[in-house]
Design a protein around this ligand. Structure first.
Ligand code: FE
Length: 202
């Protein structure tokens, strides 16, 4: 299984904003449309996950928001202006030091588009869909995620009515970070649950 697009981890917030804006300009026909093929890729890698990153950063910064998010994901995500197509019934799962949640759609590729964009290729692969439920620890190791045996892994099967998003654990060393500073740390893969978020000082 290969990883696609090692995501936004290393990019600054400004770079992400720029690339998101570029996507929108292309979409609206204000940029040359020979780049149109790249739009899907940009939505997959940047625009969608950036929305999710904003949700996560808010939850890390605001305990009341986090409570609302875990109680009713769709409503709390709508507070930040995200919703719509493929976004009804979003359930947010909190990762902790003892419980690790990871998301799959075993039937097809159900995915919370408003917060994560389009699903990555591997998410739609038969290997991921069939193996994650059976051997989650082994699959996560292939994503370079080595969880201690003491961590319970919970696999959640998305469908067209219920789409899951993971609230990753806030990394150490970010205690003094503002919400805006937290946003660029949050990766798509961590919100699917195939990755954790590294401490920025690591
Ligand atoms: Fe599906």
């Amino acid at each position: 299984m290969s990883r696609q697009g090692d995501s936004v981890r290393s990019e600054s917030d400004a770079a992400l904003r720029t690339r998101a804006l570029e996507s929108l300009l292309v979409e609206k026909g204000l940029l040359a449309n020979d780049t149109i093929d790249k739009v899907v890729e940009k939505y997959e890698k940047d625009v969608g996950p950036l929305n999710g990153a904003r949700v996560v950063a808010r939850a890390w910064s605001d305990p009341d928001y986090k409570r609302r998010l875990l109680e009713n994901g769709t409503a709390a995500i709508a507070e930040l202006g995200f919703g719509g197509k493929e976004g009804a019934g979003i359930v947010v799962l909190e990762n902790t030091s003892v419980v690790h949640n990871v998301v799959v759609c075993t039937l097809c590729s159900c995915y919370p588009w408003p917060v994560l964009g389009l699903p990555p290729g591997w998410y739609k692969s038969f290997a991921y869909r069939s193996r994650l439920v059976r051997e989650p620890r082994a699959v996560l190791r292939e994503f370079d995620l080595h969880l201690p045996e003491t961590v319970e892994i919970r696999v959640w099967d998305s469908n067209s009515d219920l789409r899951y998003m993971v609230l990753p654990e806030r990394p150490d060393g970010t205690e003094n970070f503002t919400e805006e500073q937290l946003v660029p740390l949050v990766t798509r893969d961590a919100m699917i649950g195939v990755s954790r978020i590294d401490s920025p000082s690591a």
